[in-house]
Design a binder for this molecule. Structure first.
Ligand SMILES: [Zn+2]
Length: 344
């Protein structure tokens, strides 16, 4: 792996490699942009480059072969910590931030070298945990890099954003997305690659999950209808989708891997609608109008995913979710928008 292998992200990658080459690495970075376009890899490359003792002065690439590089790759380097959501939780609790960032920061690193902390996804930090991290950004220690990775930058505290260098990763150009995806899914037909990429808004990571669980056909069949449905249709669609999720998915894990990309596509469409409404992204031409309060509904979709992860009944989870979406339907004759609609 190297920075050179992160395709289609010349802007953010050249900022990172330039900072490394000039030894002017910031103490805080926010890497933001769509899922699956190289943010996580860039964070890992930055860590490796900072920790590799064989990196030549004036260059940005780790050697990839020394013991430090090997430890980074295995995730066992004591100066490289990735803080993520605990398996049984839905957010990053303050206890983890204390244990994995604040306490190690209080100790001197063995060799006086860099220490790198990656928080991924940073939008999963709860308010307490985010405030705790903010303190370390306000009083940065020398040779410490804090890297926050997120596809949902609007969930980060403005005070955190203002103390970090924000690097925006872009949706990949179709040709590059296709190349990345084709390498990861050699058996897929070119038309399938394009359809999956289009559904996943150009993210090869999501497109790969969509392809590997045959979600594409299901999404083409139901996606637009779900975003436009009213309450009556919602019950029917919920039953159809729940049946599809259970079909051929005997175990909880099977069902989970099948449901995730489908729900990710749904959340993606809702977030796109929110960003278009806010003038933060162009509206997708020809897209279904979609429900009101799309950002809250996107959150609701993520909650449904967590409920499925916890083995709550598929039929129940999908029905609840679809009714919440239908409750915000923007179709003519839907409930009065001024009435207090509940999403949660
Ligand atoms: Zn090395």
């Amino acid at each position: 792996m190297s920075f050179a292998e992160i395709l289609g992200q010349d802007g953010p990658v050249s900022l990172l490699t330039g900072a490394l080459a000039r030894e002017r690495v910031a103490h805080g970075y926010v890497l933001t942009g769509p899922e699956g376009v190289g943010k996580r890899r860039a964070a890992a490359e930055l860590a490796r480059a900072l920790l590799c003792p064989r990196r030549a002065p004036g260059t940005a690439e780790a050697c990839g072969a020394c013991p430090e590089c090997v430890r980074c790759a295995r995730g066992t380097h004591s100066s490289y910590q990735v803080v993520t959501v605990p398996e049984d939780k839905r957010e990053i609790p303050i206890a983890w931030v204390r244990e994995r960032v604040i306490e190690p920061l209080g100790l001197r690193s063995a060799d006086g070298g860099w220490r790198v902390f990656v928080v991924d996804p940073a939008d999963a930090l709860n308010a307490e945990a985010a405030n705790c991290l903010l303190k370390t950004l306000e009083e940065p220690s020398p040779r410490v890099a804090l890297v926050l990775v997120t596809a949902r930058v609007e969930h980060l505290l403005p005070t955190i954003l203002s103390r970090c260098q924000v690097l925006r990763f872009r949706p990949l150009p179709l040709a590059i997305g296709r190349r990345v995806l084709a390498a990861a899914a050699p058996a897929a037909k070119p038309a399938e690659l394009d359809q999956a990429l289009a559904a996943a808004a150009g993210s090869p990571g999501l497109a790969l999950r969509v392809l590997s669980h045959k979600v594409l056909a299901a999404w083409s069949k139901w996606g637009d209808r779900i975003l436009a449905m009213g309450p009556v249709e919602a019950m029917d669609l919920a039953a159809e989708v729940a049946d599809w999720l259970k079909k051929g998915a005997a175990t909880l894990e099977d069902r989970r891997v099948k449901a995730r990309p489908f729900l990710e596509l749904l959340a993606l469409r809702l977030r796109e609608r929110f960003l278009a409404e806010q003038g933060l992204a162009p509206a997708t031409p020809g897209a279904a109008p979609g429900p009101r309060r799309p950002l809250e509904l996107a959150e609701r979709v993520m909650e449904a995913q967590l409920a499925l992860d916890r083995n709550l009944k598929v039929d129940f989870v999908i029905e609840e979710l679809f009714l919440a979406i239908a409750d915000q339907a923007a179709y003519p004759g839907a409930q009065n928008p001024s009435s207090p609609a509940t999403v949660r």
